[in-house]
Design a protein around this ligand. Structure first.
Ligand code: BGC
Length: 745
């Protein structure tokens, strides 16, 4: 029967094709012609001026098309957590449209904490649909810069400290976005790991570190995800700005990796016409006329790749070799997006996107501590939950820089718990501390008035009094998106909680019966007060559905399965960055730039803590659960492999608790006998497995020589050295459940 249907469907398609009129317009307009044919045809019809025109911005978020040929403009949008509100033609401020309030998805660090590739695909697909609905062709995200320092203001927009985790998580996101005919523009390429002096800082990093730590996620996005766009970063590498960095763009991205998409500058990141022309920049987007410095009338005509480029072409300084390459890439992007054959509809602010945002946010929540199983909440009928702290009510979607969003709505933690309990319990809130009272960013206003002139003493006294008769006291604090917190353009000062929140936590611990701390942040927060709390939860900027998602975990509707995508240190000084040379960098007299020396090399995050034996407060990969998992029968299919072979590792994971829940099974490889210094272990696999109580599933991983290799900078190649290795199968980051030795022959 099935066969008959298939045959008749095929016959129908053939019949339809036969009757379809022949397309007799130009090839570039033929939706069914191969993309490369369309590109060549369009290119052959363009004037020099039209070609040059395509390489620069024409407004804050659009670059030129070719109106004469009916080739549309390219519309760009932030990214990476939702679709930015429409802005005025040449202003950052929102334009005041009433139909551009998006679904705010969780921050990328929250996505990374899910360790769930399906969630990443869902995220990419949903945000891609929102972008397409809003007629955007290039989504400025995702960001995959490695969390080198916990102080980096943009850690929340990235995917953590591990190149493998970031690489695995970025690929489905890119695919999800692009299946909607929207190009994912992976940013900020590369070695852009701090905001301090971000436009004046030169990253000095050796090749092994570059290839092992800072490039793999970009490479995965390009080669496995098939990313159609890359954004150059503001900083310099090798003494050259990254938006026109010969090595990063020409040699590595377009050379070694074979990237065929478009390189977009960060806004105002292009600094030099000739370098931009010659070193692989394809579209110059900008802030003002000339880099970041002030406006002139019709400033876009003065861009490095606008009038100066045309002059250079006319005077014979440049040939059309580079220009044609740039235009081909831009045309390819257009034929992949706005002029692709498939219909382009998209969806915006729909129940499915809200649900996805909620599921992703909840899946990333990390349970750090749970003494006496104080969580999930078990509130008696008519009982009282007291929330204390600004982040229980503060709207956190607004702010933070270019990822600032205007969202359709935002559920805060107070509302989330009130939604969960309805009339069954009293869910109350008191302030506790005053943090950031700003309520608007680029004219997007939360409508909240958070002004409070009471002293810390008064606020603590109020909280303590209210806590006394509560069944549960939940402190909800952490960071926010104002300057020197999780924020573009500035870094944090230290890893501790700001606004004297520790005082509030310590005071509440004295009186609360069951005391839970929820830390909401996008980067690591040290917790010297950890002993005060019965339970600690790491929440994130969860977007539109943030509060509902948090409530889902606190109430036990969702079992916590998030794992830390970065190491949380006891204190900053424990980490690999010890000198000013390393961070924030040094500026020698007379030198134009800050030099930031990546002296710690490959020892970033857990690679550092492991190798020095320095304990972390919460290690990378850490996270608890409401249920328990037993690992058994860990096996490797053969004791040795040769290059070109694959090894399969399996382990049975059983839910031995009484609740359904997901476990993240982590695979690390250790190379104890290497001829060079190697990390104690490196993440090389992870799988999320959902199990009902009593249920058992087999989890398997496949590894090959690539997973065992390190980058030999002298030979400029990846090397897997024969010898003994160990596969460590681990539940949470430091909880190794099985060690399987094997050999590479
Ligand atoms: C940011 C980018 C962003 C761009 C456009 C820049 O300042 O670094 O991440 O995509 O602005 O808003």
């Amino acid at each position: 029967m099935k066969r008959t249907i298939t045959l008749s469907a095929a016959a129908l398609i053939l019949a339809a094709c036969a009757t379809q009129p022949k397309f007799d317009g130009p090839t570039y307009l033929n939706p069914n012609a191969p993309v490369e044919d369309r590109v060549e045809d369009a290119l052959s019809r363009m004037t020099l001026e039209e070609k040059v025109g395509m390489t620069t911005a024409q407004s804050k978020f659009s670059s030129r098309g070719v109106p004469r040929l009916g080739i549309p403009e390219v519309w760009h949008t932030d990214g990476p957590h939702g679709i930015r509100p429409e802005v005025l033609w040449d202003e950052w401020d929102q334009a005041g449209w009433t139909n551009d309030s998006c679904t705010a998805f969780p921050a990328l660090i929250n996505l990374a904490a899910t360790w769930d590739k399906e969630m990443s695909l869902l995220y990419g697909d949903c945000i891609g649909e929102e972008a397409r609905y809003r007629k955007k062709d290039i989504l400025l995200g995702p960001g995959v810069n490695i969390c080198r320092t916990p102080l980096n203001g943009r850690n929340f927009e990235y995917m953590g400290e591990d190149p493998y985790l970031a690489g695995q998580m970025v690929v489905p996101y890119v695919k999800g976005v692009q299946q909607n005919g929207v190009a994912a523009c992976v940013k900020h390429y590369a070695v852009n790991n701090q905001e301090f002096q971000r436009t004046q800082s030169n990253s000095v990093v050796d090749d092994r570190t570059l290839y092992e730590i800072y490039l793999p996620a970009f490479k995965a996005a390009v080669q496995e995800g098939g990313a159609w766009a890359i954004m150059g970063s503001y900083n310099l590498y090798n003494g050259q700005y990254n938006c026109h960095n010969e090595r990063l763009l020409c040699d590595i991205l377009k050379g070694e990796w074979g990237f065929d998409g478009v390189v977009v500058s960060d806004w105002g990141g292009c600094r030099d016409s000739e370098e931009a022309v010659r070193n692989g920049l394809d579209i110059e987007m900008g802030t003002w006329t000339n880099g970041l410095r002030g406006a002139a009338s019709d400033s876009y005509r003065n861009y490095h790749m606008a009038a100066p480029y045309l002059e250079g072409l006319n005077s014979g300084k440049y040939t059309t070799k580079e220009l044609d390459d740039k235009v081909r890439r831009i045309l390819r992007t257009i034929f992949r997006t706005s002029m692709r054959p498939e219909p382009n509809y998209g969806r915006f602010v729909c129940p499915e996107h809200y649900q996805a945002a909620r599921d992703i946010a909840a899946a990333g929540v990390v349970l750090l501590k749970n003494e006496d199983n104080v969580l999930p909440l078990d509130v008696p009928q008519g009982g009282k939950i007291l929330l204390v702290g600004e982040n229980a009510v503060k709207k956190l979607v607004v702010g933070g820089g270019s990822s600032n969003l205007k969202t359709a709505y935002e559920v805060n933690p107070l509302e989330g718990l009130q939604n969960a309990y309805g009339d069954n319990a009293e869910v109350a809130w008191v302030r506790g501390y005053v943090g950031d009272t700003s309520t608007s960013y680029n004219l997007v206003d939360t409508g909240q008035d958070l002004t409070d002139h009471r002293s810390p003493k008064e606020l603590i006294a109020e909280a303590v009094a209210a806590a006394k008769d509560a069944d549960y006291v939940i402190f909800v604090g952490g960071l926010n998106k104002s300057a020197n917190q999780d924020n573009e353009g500035t870094d944090r000062y230290n890893t501790f909680l700001p606004y004297d929140q520790q005082d509030v936590i310590e005071a509440l611990a004295q009186v609360a019966d069951k005391f839970i701390v929820v830390n909401i942040s996008g980067s690591p927060v040290s917790m010297p007060w950890a002993d005060c709390a019965d339970a600690i939860v790491q929440g994130w900027y969860g977007g539109t559905e943030s509060g509902n998602a948090l409530a889902d975990v606190l109430t036990g509707k969702v079992n916590p399965s998030g794992r830390l995508p970065f190491t949380v240190p006891y204190k900053y000084e424990d980490g690999p960055i010890k000198t000013e040379r390393q961070y924030p960098g040094i500026k020698e007299e007379g030198s134009k730039y800050w030099q930031t020396h990546y002296d710690e090399g490959i020892y970033v995050g857990y690679r550092w803590y492991d190798s020095k034996g320095v304990p972390a407060q919460w290690p990378f990969g850490y996270g608890l659960s409401y249920t328990s998992f037993e690992y058994s029968d860990a096996k490797i299919d053969k004791p040795a492999m040769r290059k070109g072979d694959k090894l399969t590792l399996t382990v049975d994971v059983k839910n031995t608790g009484s609740r359904e829940g997901a476990e993240i099974v982590q695979l690390y490889i250790s190379d104890p006998q290497a001829s060079i210094d190697r990390p104690v272990k490196e993440l090389k696999g992870f799988e999320k497995v959902n199990l009902k109580p009593g249920e058992m599933k087999k989890v398997s991983f496949t590894i090959d020589a690539e997973d065992l290799s390190w980058f030999d900078a002298d030979k400029h190649e990846w090397v897997a050295e024969p010898g003994e290795f160990k596969a460590l199968i681990s539940s949470t980051g430091s909880d190794v459940r099985a060690e399987l030795p094997f050999e590479l022959k």
